[in-house]
Ligand binder design. Structure first.
Ligand code: ADP
Ligand code: F6P
Length: 319
């Protein structure tokens, strides 16, 4: 393999740049040329390629976002779009591709492999909702960002003796809510995977205040419920001062943690090894500290379960 491409696609996540850097530098180590594709799969359709050398990825290891830009590209879901992309890749002599993104992007990677372009997927999303990897790039950073925000919320909540409902991202999954709720001692964590009882949560908040608690924090995963509605119900049922915060896209930004930089470096380096060995259509995951390869098809047909042990622990600890 003489020339490979890199795509960052879907929602950005801190650590994407660290993965791009690792791919470019590992490829340079083997004498393989690398082209970056701008704006996700859109760049394949528009032939928007940029040559990346070891210097063009300098000073990006610590930066959030993605220097390649990202996009959601519906045209790549169509046969015509896919054929255009294939033509452009062939015209450019790109023989293999690394796709850095979430589950949608992995579907795109699967399409490329099926069209004959060996493609490797690197799981990257703050939602951490991809099976066959303990962590996706970006999740650890987002967890720390949310925990930092919750520390600040706790200060003001305590001063005013208020209840705060904090909505976190995660799309249809509750991993980000669970980890941040546990790390922040939230009184309740609402996740889409588990039904919740708002009456019981309100009783818990009231009995906490009776015991002298100065604040309550309820973490709501965006896929579980409307935080605004949850806030309204809590206010009505507890008669306590309640505020709602939606953390939003700040959860996707910021400098990646050391953990995410190392994960991205490992995934990126391994992706180049795999393409060099003509491996295709695999996602690289991290399971119990080891790099593990799984067929992308299998990844896409397997839901990632919520860690029930953690959920139960969080529930017991949050009296
Ligand atoms: P994420 O990768 O963060 O989950 P999306 O679900 O928005 O984000 O997917 C990112 C992009 O991946 C889409 O905009 C599209 O270009 C590509 N993609 C998603 N699903 C498919 C599919 N079934 N076939 C081809 N490409 C797809
Ligand atoms: O998949 C990452 C994510 O940030 C989700 O948590 C969220 O639901 C979605 O992307 C937001 O997408 P957009 O950037 O299009 O608003």
């Amino acid at each position: 393999m003489k020339r490979i491409g890199i795509i960052t696609s879907g929602g950005d996540a801190p650590g994407m740049n660290a993965a791009v850097r690792a791919i470019v530098r590992k490829a340079a180590h083997y004498g393989i040329e690398v082209y970056g594709v701008h704006r996700g799969f859109m760049g394949l359709i528009n032939s928007d390629f940029v040559k990346l050398d070891i210097s063009s990825v300098g000073d990006i290891l610590h930066r959030g976002g993605t220097i390649l830009l990202t996009a959601r590209c519906d045209e790549f879901k169509t046969k015509e779009g896919q054929e255009k992309a294939l033509k452009n890749l062939e015209a450019f002599g790109i023989e293999g591709v690394v796709v850095i993104g979430g589950d949608g992007s992995l579907r795109g990677a699967n399409v490329l492999s099926n069209m004959g372009i060996p493609t490797i997927g690197i799981p990257t999303t703050i939602d951490n909702d991809i099976a066959f990897t303990d962590n996706c790039i970006g999740f650890d950073t987002a967890v720390n960002t949310v925990v930092d925000a919750l520390n600040k919320v706790r200060d003001t909540a305590t001063s005013h003796e208020r209840t705060f409902v904090v909505e976190v991202m995660g799309r249809n999954a509750g991993h980000l809510a669970l980890y941040t709720g546990l790390a922040s001692g939230a009184e309740a964590i609402l996740v889409p995977e588990i039904p919740f009882d708002l009456d019981a949560i309100c009783e818990k908040i009231k009995s906490g205040y009776k015991r002298g608690k100065l604040h309550s924090i309820i973490v709501v995963a965006e896929g579980a419920a409307s935080s605004i509605e949850v806030g309204k119900v809590i206010k009505e049922k507890t008669n306590l001062e309640t505020r709602v915060i939606i953390l939003g896209h700040l959860q996707r930004g910021g400098t990646p943690t050391a953990y995410d930089r190392i994960l991205a470096s490992r995934f990126g380096g391994k992706a180049v090894d795999l393409l060099k060995e003509n491996v295709k259509d695999k996602m690289i995951g991290l399971i119990n500290g080891e790099l593990v390869l799984t067929d992308i098809d299998r990844v896409l047909s397997t839901p990632k379960p919520l860690d029930m042990e953690l959920y139960q622990l969080a529930d017991i600890l949050s009296l």
